[in-house]
Ligand binder design. Structure first.
Ligand code: HEM
Length: 225
């Protein structure tokens, strides 16, 4: 039988990534956006961007735990999709929300530090997206990896931008704070997994568990009376 040119994971990834934009266009055309459509678009694109960013960060721990290497091959596309949504998010804010009125935009940025945090995240994401291609990997050599480690700084900055955009109280967990905290928790766990001794013990633990499972699956089944 002829093999598909794409793996199921690849298909799922592309469908999920484009679904955010397609749904947004569909809801805009059918009048299904919220009563504040610009805010709705800003929020949806922001959330899709952070979700894709988290998915790209999950690729390495999934590879470490399950010894499944395919997610590593999908990391770049997920990161680029995250940047695509972040760019749409920023364009909507600058154009639809502020009509590219630069002085008003700059004034707004300086009045709302949470927006400055978003700008910092976006500025840091841009060189990663631009240098994500193989030609840059070759050109930058060891520095490529160093540069791309920035993603572990960008992710918490984006979470801060998200938490700050929401009304609520972190201590009493009231308001709209649960979702951003969930993203923050996932990112914190991913960062903990990156600590070398934690990563090493996790890798050896999963190797032992997988070997045990493999051994069990090879054992002949004994019928119990
Ligand atoms: C120039 C940079 C940025 C600007 C000016 C900006 C602007 C905004 C604004 C105005 C909001 C609030 C929307 C509202 O609730 O009224 C927002 C929320 C948000 N932004 Fe950004 N943003 C920037 C960068 C980013 C980046 C790089 C990401 C992700 C990678 C991001 C993700 C989010 C998320 C997740 C939210 C919350 C969405 C929600 O309320 O559900 N933003 N941003």
């Amino acid at each position: 039988m002829k093999r598909l040119p794409y793996t199921p994971l690849q298909i799922a990834m592309h469908i999920y990534a484009w679904s955010g934009l397609l749904l947004l266009i569909f809801d805009s055309l059918t009048g299904n956006l919220s009563p504040n459509p610009i805010q709705d678009i800003e929020q949806r694109t922001g959330r899709h961007a952070i979700t894709l960013l988290v998915l790209s960060l999950l690729c390495t721990p999934i590879n470490t735990i399950f010894k499944w290497s395919e997610p590593i091959k999908r990391r770049r596309a997920l990161g680029l999709y995250a940047f695509m949504y972040a760019t749409i998010h920023v364009i909507i804010f600058m154009d639809l929300d502020y009509g590219l009125a630069w002085s008003r935009l700059i004034q707004e940025l300086f009045q709302k530090p949470r927006l400055i945090v978003g700008v910092i995240a976006f500025i840091l994401m841009a060189p990663l997206a631009m240098t994500s291609f193989d030609i840059w990997k070759k050109r930058l050599g060891k520095n490529w990896k160093r540069l791309h480690q920035l993603i572990y700084l960008i992710a918490p900055i984006v979470v801060l931008h998200y938490v700050w955009s929401k009304k609520g109280d972190i201590l009493s967990l009231q308001g709209e704070i649960i979702k951003p905290l969930l993203y923050g928790t996932i990112i914190a766990i991913i960062l903990i997994f990156r600590i070398p001794p934690v990563r090493r013990s996790l890798a050896s633990f999963s190797t032992r568990v997988l070997a045990l499972l493999q051994k069990r699956s090879r054992l002949p089944k004994v019928d119990t009376p």
